[in-house]
Design a protein around this ligand. Structure first.
Ligand SMILES: [Mg+2]
Length: 310
């Protein structure tokens, strides 16, 4: 079967640059895809790479689209290299969605976690999100000095309503000692989990941390792609996996992995648009047992909901 292939890049500006321990991120660039079969049925997909998180770059993805002919086949899609995981996701999801009714709805309610900015700003940002119904929040740590962050954390814990669930994300920015200090604090305060305390090359240390402390540890940077998830699982990881489906690679292989091993999952956004998100929610999350609150509470991070094309 041949499909007509069309694509267009988009660029969305963050309301404020995203401050992570990898540096500042100010624009989300991605590519929207459209496949049309011989009967005129359409499938939409999205490539939303994050190079600093281990996927291909936007430029690599864009060049990949540019060199493709206007007519492609399912072989073109299944032979996309593992070095282009965001492209694998984009094309495969477009292909799976061909002829799908756009209005497909979820059969169970999803809960979302809202991302709070690093630092003191978090102390006020949670309030409007709470009034809009958010009950799970994620706060970025490992950005400012430890003592300063512990102090803000104490204030945040004090101001958040008791029913609020808080998770911490270090983006691999802690030392062993800092991770231990955070986990002692987290154990005392009933934190939902600590995400990626240490760099990806310190897998054994993270295994040890998960033995030593009650607060669960979630791997994120360590498991950017499905291949890495499989490796960590083989090496004995039974903690949480943060799954950024849009950059993880082939969605059908991801679905198989999750169905086989039933890992403890937090679905997470890579600041994709509603196109990729709709696919993730209806074709991945809905096909698997309900997981923890998904890290999709991010629309307040963009200047507007409308994509700006260039
Ligand atoms: Mg993370």
């Amino acid at each position: 079967m041949q499909y007509h292939f069309a694509y267009r890049p988009y660029c969305r500006r963050f309301r404020q640059p995203l401050h992570t321990s990898h540096g500042l991120w100010s624009d989300r660039q991605g590519i929207l895809l459209q496949l049309t079969d011989s009967e005129g049925r359409v499938g939409k997909g999205e490539i939303a790479p994050i190079e600093w998180f281990g996927s291909e770059s936007f430029d690599q993805a864009f060049r990949f689209c540019q060199q493709l002919p206007e007519q492609i086949t399912s072989d073109t899609i299944s032979s996309i290299s593992d070095s282009l995981p965001a492209c694998q996701f984009g094309f495969e999801s477009a292909w799976e969605s061909i002829g799908e009714d756009d209005s497909a709805k979820l059969t169970y309610p999803l809960t979302y976690s809202s991302l709070l900015p690093a630092g003191e700003v978090a102390l006020s940002v949670w309030k409007p999100l709470w009034s809009q119904g958010s009950r799970t929040f994620k706060w970025k740590i490992g950005v400012a000095p430890l003592a300063e962050e512990l102090q803000i954390f104490a204030q945040l814990k004090q101001t958040l309503p008791p029913a609020a669930q808080l998770r911490l994300d270090a983006n691999a920015g802690l030392t062993w000692q800092e991770a231990c200090t955070w986990l002692e604090t987290a154990d005392l305060h009933g934190i939902e989990f600590l995400e990626q305390p240490l760099p990806t090359n310190q897998f054994d240390q993270m295994l040890e941390l998960s033995d030593r402390f009650q607060t669960p540890i979630a791997l994120d940077e360590s498991v950017a792609t499905l291949q890495q998830m499989q490796q960590c699982h083989q090496q004995g990881w039974r903690g949480i996996f943060v799954v950024k489906a849009a950059i993880a690679g082939s969605p059908h292989r991801l679905r198989e992995f999750c169905q086989t091993y039933q890992p403890d999952i937090v679905w997470s956004s890579v600041f994709e648009t509603a196109i990729a998100r709709h696919f993730i929610e209806t074709r991945l999350m809905a096909a698997l047992p309900p997981a923890r609150a998904a890290g999709f509470g991010i629309s307040h991070w963009f200047l507007d909901e409308v994509q700006q094309y260039h």
